[in-house]
Design a protein around this ligand. Structure first.
Ligand SMILES: O=C(O)CCC(=O)C(=O)O
Ligand SMILES: [Fe+2]
Length: 314
């Protein structure tokens, strides 16, 4: 067993979105990339990717429209609140505890999915277009990562994972884009004992893309059980495994716990933090059965698995 103490950075240039035709990349190059990505997912469950091909200008626009929304009064944001029946919309401050043993997370969120039943979006210039574009780019990148996972796991069909996520953005798939906002804190008095920005948790689905800003505070639990900083690296995206993927791979890939604390120096500076997560979920009907045929976990549909997890968080 390795003793991973840091999160590797993988150069995705040969298979990133900058490569127009991914089917023309030679097998050797893809294999070596697949081994690096899967190696990281086995060891620590996280890797940074650089040269991924998602436009920086799109990431900047996402951050800008989100900030405009989150800085509006609560009365305005309430018009866009997430209903109980749908995962789309605004999630208020302290509404969620990703670690139920802690007070509510000191964060707000806006969940977006192009196929949500609620069609009303905040009337902020560019909001809808940015959400749509960001969702589309994140989807395109994720499909390439799924190819690397299929190859790295030797699934036999290099497009297996991609095919299990064929309906992203449509009815029948629960993949969600989430813009997160962690308000500024100017003193310790603003927060409750043990409260953090985002409590210890592992993600629910197959894979998560995480775009963080330069503020920091994200920590990932390594094999020794110690939380190590996942410091922002400009130009990179963090990618991590979710619980459903760990279960699917019969624990070959690791869904690692992570959290966001409030850095001490930030209490002095009073700076808000933003991040954007793209939570991937296989199509609702896909049966999650151990890929190694071990039957280590009972088969369950992707949809039922997600509903179970939501029920435990809200
Ligand atoms: O904001 C972050 O950096 C992490 C958020 C996260 O882990 C989550 O929402 O699942
Ligand atoms: Fe997470």
């Amino acid at each position: 067993m390795t003793t991973m103490t840091e999160i590797p950075v993988v150069d995705l240039a040969p298979y990133g979105l900058g490569v127009v035709n991914e089917d023309e990349v030679d097998t050797q190059t893809i294999r070596s990339l697949a081994d690096s990505v899967c190696g990281a997912f086995r060891d620590i469950g996280f890797c940074y990717v650089k040269n991924h091909g998602v436009q920086q200008s799109l990431i900047d626009r996402m951050k800008a429209v989100s900030k405009t929304f989150f800085e509006k009064p609560v009365e305005y944001k309430k018009n866009y609140a997430r209903p109980k029946t749908d995962n789309h919309g605004w999630v208020a401050l302290e509404r969620e505890s990703l670690n139920p043993e802690r007070p509510g997370d000191y964060k707000e969120a806006f969940n977006y999915s192009p196929c949500a039943d609620i069609k009303i979006l905040p009337d902020i210039d560019g909001f809808k277009a940015v959400m749509e574009d960001f969702y589309a780019s994140s989807e395109a990148l994720s499909l390439r990562i799924f190819d690397l996972v299929s190859i790295g796991l030797d699934l036999g069909d290099n497009k297996f994972m991609r095919k299990c996520h064929a309906l992203i953005g449509q009815k029948g798939n629960c993949t969600a884009l989430r813009s997160l906002y962690y308000p500024s804190l100017s003193t310790n008095k603003d927060i409750k004992p043990n409260q953090v920005r985002c409590g210890e948790h592992s993600d629910y689905g197959s894979l998560t893309l995480l775009f963080q800003d330069d503020v920091g505070g994200l920590e990932v639990r390594n094999l020794h059980g110690e939380y190590i900083p996942a410091s922002p690296i400009p130009g990179t995206i963090l990618i991590n495994i979710g619980d459903l993927m760990q279960r699917w791979t019969a624990d070959q890939l690791t869904a690692t716990k992570h959290r966001v604390l409030i850095p001490e120096e930030e209490l002095r500076r009073g700076k808000s933090r933003q991040s954007v997560a793209f939570f991937l979920q296989p199509d609702d009907e896909v049966m999650i059965e151990c890929l190694d045929k071990s039957n280590k976990y009972k088969p369950i549909s992707s949809y039922d698995y997600l509903q179970q997890r939501f029920a435990a968080t809200y």
